[in-house]
Structures are given as C-alpha cells and as structure tokens.
Ligand binder design. Structure first.
Ligand SMILES: Nc1ncnc2c1ncn2[C@@H]1O[C@H](COP(=O)(O)OP(=O)(O)O)[C@@H](O)[C@H]1O
Ligand SMILES: [Mg+2]
Length: 356
C-alpha cells in the first residue's frame, strides 16, 4: 500500500493553480520533489499534511481518504522551510516536544534524543535557546523534532538550504542513512537538483504547479520527457538547438549542425523541433570523426575534477564539460562531436521523441 497518494488534486489560488497533481509515495521511500521557486512544491506538502484542502481530487494517507482527517490524525511531521521553533524552549525541549506531548517516558525520550542528536550533531547545542543558535543550528533542531516523532511520513521542505555547502553535503548523506536505517517515508523538497538527485529513490519534477515527470533520478536525467524537464535538470544545463527535421525524416538540422536521427520513432519530418545535448556528451573530435562541428572557445572554467569550456558553435553559446583538467587553453579548441547515442530530441510542442 502507498504511504501517500494524491489523486487529481487541484488547488486554485487567485494567481496560481496547483495541479491536477497525481503522485504516490511508497512506504519506506525517499521521494524527492524538485522544481524551481514558486513551482508549487511547498503547496504539495501542505496538501499532504492537511494544511491545505484540495478544491478537487483527494489525498490518501495510508490508503485512507484524508478528507475528514485532522492534521494531527495524519501522523505526518513536517519540517517547514521557514522553520518555527519554540523560542522559550531549549534545543532539547524543542526536539523532544512531540514525545513529551504524547507522554512518552523520559527514559525513552532520552534514548531517542541521543540517537537523533548524534545524526544531527547537535549534542553541544541542546541546552541553548533558539535565539542563541545560528541559522544552521536552528535548522538541525527543527529536523530533530521531525525525526524523533514516530511519524507515518516526514515531509522536509528545503530542510538544509540554510546550511553551508560542506554541512549540506554531510547532512544529506546522514539524512539518507537515517531514513534507510529506520525505514521511514520521506518526502524531500528542494530546488537544489544535486541534493534531490543524490538521495531520492524517485523524484517528481514540478513545474508551474504540475508534476512534469516522475522517475528514478537517472531516468529523469537521461530521458527527460519534455523540453521543460530537460531545462530544469542538469548543471550546467543541457545545450539546446532549435531547428527542423529534414523532409525525409532522417536528420535534424540547425544551420550547420546536422545530426542523424536514425532509431527515433515517429520523427515529425519537415517540422520544427529542438535538439538537446548535455555538456558532458560533447567531445573533442578525433582525426577521423565524421559530423564534426567547429567551435571557438570563449573561456575555460577549471573546477578541479572537471572543466567547463564555454564556446560558440553555429553562432550559439554552448557549454562543454570535460572531466579532469585541460593542458592549455587551446586544448579543446577546433572541432567537437556529439555523442549520437545521447541526443535528446523534442518536437515543436516540447515533447520528447522516443528512441527505439
Ligand atoms: N495561501 C496562498 N494564497 C495565494 N497564493 C498562494 C498561497 N500559497 C501559495 N501560493 C502561490 O502558489 C505558488 C506556489 O507556491 P509554493 O507552493 O510555495 O512554491 P514553491 O514551494 O515551489 O516555491 C506561488 O506563486 C505562491 O504565491
Ligand atoms: Mg517552497
């Protein structure tokens, strides 16, 4: 049975419509929700928690229709983006709050507090009040409060956005470990692609109030089902070329850039479309490479483990990602080839064209 299922839910605000949303979260799953700011991510969590009622459609919690369920009955914890700690309570009291509310024994509270504070590295701030903590420390205390309760599911709204980069990386690994160890159901929202892709079992890409695609992180990355998903997933973003499919349906052409589209079903011959190629799928042309394209290099960003080459191709700026470091500025000049197994083609509506 699904832990959470949203079926055809619509919520209209004066200037924004969420949905229709359809998605299901499995028990024990770390389900990611990824999307740009104001896409509707927080609103989806509020639907699940019961803070927002859908105008149409329904939300099932543990298989049961939640229409009549109060927020507390749902047994779902949420860590809010703008977290709210009790200002007059210490870190320890804040974390333990859901358990003290329920009258859990102090022995059990102490044991669970120990486990949670280990994961979150908050042992040294448990005695402080929120006003004495940094933003990151407050965030971790708020996380602790959600983790300590024995919830059916935990909703995390950009839970580590306020932390510095190093701590973010550490925390996401720890959160994943905790979720696995306790076999908990997490719905994890972030606008940070890397964060969601790194830890989610499945991810829903939300754009303009709708779920644009749901899939394993690799699937969504390798086969974005629309141009909008292709643009949201990937950093640096996918290079896009607007052009036309040849009249015989065998090529895609954008000025001097011509690629074969063999192996693609239902090519809209003669029509406009878009070719996408990820920065890491463009390579320096070997001596005998056919279908090579001349680029001129504008700038090079050496990033240690990889290098971003900013270049011009067919009058258009592109980004190429090369693993490792380049020997010199000219190293990637000259000609490049596209990895033809890794082309993305979209029709004039922005829908992905399928490979055989
Ligand atoms: N209570 C509300 N009243 C009116 N508009 C709202 C309300 N809550 C959210 N919205 C609008 O819904 C859109 C999505 O918001 P939100 O779900 O917070 O996006 P995200 O979390 O992806 O940034 C925004 O345009 C926001 O202004
Ligand atoms: Mg939000």
């Amino acid at each position: 049975m699904n832990a959470i299922s949203i079926q055809g839910a619509i919520k209209k605000y004066p200037k924004f419509t969420l949905g229709p949303i359809d998605l299901s979260v499995e028990r024990g799953e770390l389900f990611g929700i990824l999307g740009p700011p104001s896409a509707g991510k927080t609103s989806i969590l509020k639907l699940i928690l019961g803070l927002v009622k859908p105008d149409r459609g329904k939300v099932l919690i543990g298989g049961a229709n939640s229409d009549e369920m109060e927020v507390a009955e749902r047994q779902i914890s949420m860590v809010f983006q703008n977290l709210a700690l009790f200002p007059h309570m210490s870190g320890r009291e804040n974390i333990a709050f859901p358990l003290t509310e329920r009258g859990v024994s102090s022995k059990e509270i102490a044991a669970r507090l120990d486990a949670v504070s280990d994961v979150l590295h908050v042992g040294h701030i448990l005695h402080k009040n929120p006003a004495q903590m940094s933003g990151g420390e407050r965030q971790r205390i708020a996380l602790g409060r959600a983790l300590i309760a024995d919830s059916r599911a935990i909703l995390l709204d950009e839970p580590i956005a306020a932390l510095d980069a190093r701590l973010r990386e550490e925390m996401r690994v720890e959160l994943k470990r905790l979720q696995r160890t306790n076999n908990q159901t997490f719905v994890y929202v972030s606008h940070d692609e890397e964060e969601v892709m790194a830890i989610a079992d499945r991810v829903a890409v939300v754009i303009d109030g709708r779920v644009a695609q749901v899939g394993a992180p690799d699937d969504v990355y390798n086969k974005p089902n629309s141009l909008s998903v292709a643009q949201v997933i990937g950093s640096p973003p996918m290079n896009l070329f607007q052009g036309r499919f040849s009249a015989d349906g065998r090529h895609f052409e954008c000025g001097d850039i011509v690629v074969a589209v063999a192996g693609i079903r239902d090519v809209p011959a003669g029509e406009q479309g878009t070719l996408g190629i990820r920065p890491e799928d463009i390579h320096r042309a070997g001596d005998h490479a056919t279908r090579r394209f001349r680029i001129s290099v504008n700038s090079i960003e050496p990033l240690g483990g990889y290098t971003i080459v900013n270049a011009t191709l067919g009058g258009q700026l592109i980004k190429i990602r090369v693993s490792g470091q380049l020997d010199g500025p000219d190293d990637h000049g000259g000609s490049v080839v596209f990895d033809e197994r890794r082309l993305h083609l979209f029709d004039s509506e922005g829908d992905r064209l399928g490979m055989e």
